[in-house]
Design a protein. Structure first.
Length: 437
């Protein structure tokens, strides 16, 4: 029965991720055709604003929800977690609205009204998509795979539909496409609110949630430690786009982002299936981390899955090397084709980095995500340093070289960090020793 349930969960996760990937490819194809490289570049810069909110606010909350669900369930405090998440979502939205109003006014004063509109829409989209990500994290942790897959796919479909409709109605601009993304995510939230009530965070009295020993203390500390990752991550994830925008043009931004989206899509798909299927299981097995035997079992399962992850990403990299030009021509418009030779290197960088991201799950098992701060900081410094040094002479190729070099350093740093953490915990046996048992 357990194996049958596990296969069904894997099927739903893989199906949902595959459909989301296909919709993402369709979005890329349609928007690069409608907007062209320059306005697609501006749209991509707008997405960095929403992405920044995810890095600092909603991403850390999602990680904390995934980790604390089983801990709170074991302690008989699931209602406390539910009320805490509802409170944090409200407080975060109000804070972003207040700070966002100031940012929009400054943008209008320093740039122009069109940039102000883009920033405003991107901030609201960040709130909507971030709230949805919290709900998805809760559903995935509860192993509600079918609802998760359907809602995730519906969000991608409605964002595509919204971007197309508003681009046609309001003009082929980055702000119109961003407004379409916002419309799609709001529609997904409406579906979640009225169709998936069991998974919607319910409000209530928040008194005592942050007292010593309460859920809020541990949850907040855990989430804040992950928020620190946003400091290097914001540079390594979005710094390249702003470097290109300043050193080159918005057209170069559009070309680079389109290639990066194609390159990251398969690696992100494989990692998403990996993490969404495996992480709830290894967190459940580890429990409150008091049992060394449970911790060893979780680590062994993680490293077994990593063998498959690495093999799949190696195949993806080889395919992109052989068929790179055809892939770029198929997924974008003709203006992007001259840069197709850079695709396989971006795929290689994404593959190496995502293996490191998968390995990072081990630090979360120990409830010590801050252990990963140094590897992420080094990754960001190498990436930005090489990009700034080479961009004037090698243009887009400089960013690609920097991505490969930074990922090649990041992976062994994560491995070394995990090894030190395991040794400190007393888990001296190498996880590889049990991979074939």
């Amino acid at each position: 029965m357990t194996d049958r349930v596990g296969r069904a969960e894997l099927l739903w996760v893989a199906s949902g991720q595959m459909l989301t990937l296909l919709l993402g490819i369709a979005t890329l194809k349609v928007l690069t055709y409608l907007l062209g490289p320059q306005d697609y570049g501006r749209f991509a810069l707008g997405l960095t604003i929403a992405g920044t909110l995810n890095l600092f606010v909603y991403g850390p909350m999602s990680h904390a929800v995934a980790r604390y669900f089983h801990l709170c369930t074991d302690q008989g405090k699931p209602d406390e977690l539910n009320r805490l998440v509802a409170y944090l979502l409200r407080a975060s939205a109000l804070a972003i609205f207040a700070l966002g109003a100031v940012v929009v006014l400054l943008t209008i004063a320093c740039a122009d009204a069109s940039w102000g509109v883009l920033v405003a829409v991107a901030l609201v989209y960040g709130i909507a998509s971030g709230t949805l990500s919290i709900l998805l994290a809760d559903m995935n942790t509860r192993r509600q795979r079918r609802a998760y897959a359907l809602l995730q796919s519906a969000d991608a479909l409605m964002r595509l539909a919204g971007a197309v409709l508003l681009s046609l109605a309001m003009g082929m601009t980055g702000a119109a496409a961003m407004a379409g993304f916002l419309l799609g995510s709001l529609a997904a939230l409406v579906i979640a609110r009225f169709s998936l009530k069991a998974g919607w965070p319910a409000g209530g009295d928040v008194k005592g949630l942050f007292d010593p020993g309460a859920v809020g203390r541990g949850f907040g500390k855990y989430a804040l430690s992950i928020s620190l990752f946003a400091l290097p991550a914001i540079f390594s994830s979005y710094g390249d786009r702003w470097i290109i925008q300043q050193a080159l043009t918005e057209t170069h931004v559009g070309i680079y982002v389109a290639l990066a989206q194609i390159a990251n899509a398969p690696a992100n798909l494989v990692l998403a299936v990996f993490s969404q299927t495996l992480n709830p299981v290894i967190f459940q097995r580890a429990g409150n981390t008091s049992s060394d035997a449970a911790m060893r079992g979780s680590r062994r399962l993680l490293y077994r899955a990593l063998l498959l992850l690495g093999a799949l990403l190696a195949v993806v990299t080889g395919v992109s090397y052989v068929f790179g030009e055809w892939i770029v021509m198929t997924m974008t418009s003709p203006e992007f084709a001259p840069y197709a030779g850079l695709l396989w290197l971006l795929v290689l960088a994404a593959a190496i980095f995502q293996v490191g991201q998968a390995l990072a799950s081990e630090a979360f098992l120990y409830n010590q995500p801050f252990l990963l701060f140094l590897p992420k900081l080094v990754h960001a410094v190498i990436f930005l340093g090489l990009s700034l040094w080479l961009v004037a002479s090698r243009q887009l190729e400089a960013i690609v070289i920097a991505a490969v070099a930074a990922a090649a350093v990041y992976l062994p740093l994560v491995m070394a960090t995990n090894a030190r953490a395991a040794k400190a915990r007393g888990l001296t046996s190498a996880p590889a020793a049990g991979l074939c048992s």
